[in-house]
Design a protein around this ligand. Structure first.
Ligand SMILES: [Zn+2]
Length: 90
């Protein structure tokens, strides 16, 4: 995995983890844009890039959209991997 792409400091609204980089799923090199969904690298919560490229919690409508989207399974797999990784470390 690369060192990722730089973004403005973002604090996870759920676990307060501060992130300043992101990586595309599969390390594909794709750059994020406002509205793209991400996962907190500590707690695995789903987050979304805002207009300022800081991560924020999803609204309930956005969460519903994701659950119905083709990327839902990939996001849930990523969330499980993040949580399994941290569970093994603790
Ligand atoms: Zn978090």
């Amino acid at each position: 995995m690369s060192d990722g792409n730089v973004m403005p400091n973002s604090t996870c609204p759920f676990c307060k983890y501060v992130m300043d980089r992101y990586s595309a799923v599969g390390d594909s090199g794709v750059k994020a844009k406002p509205g793209d969904v991400s996962c907190c690298m500590r707690c695995g919560s789903f987050l979304v890039f805002g207009a300022d490229m800081q991560l924020r919690a999803l609204t309930l409508d956005e969460m519903d959209d994701i659950r119905r989207s083709p990327i839902a399974k990939e996001l849930e797999r990523l969330q499980r991997e993040i949580r399994r990784f941290h569970a093994m470390r603790n």
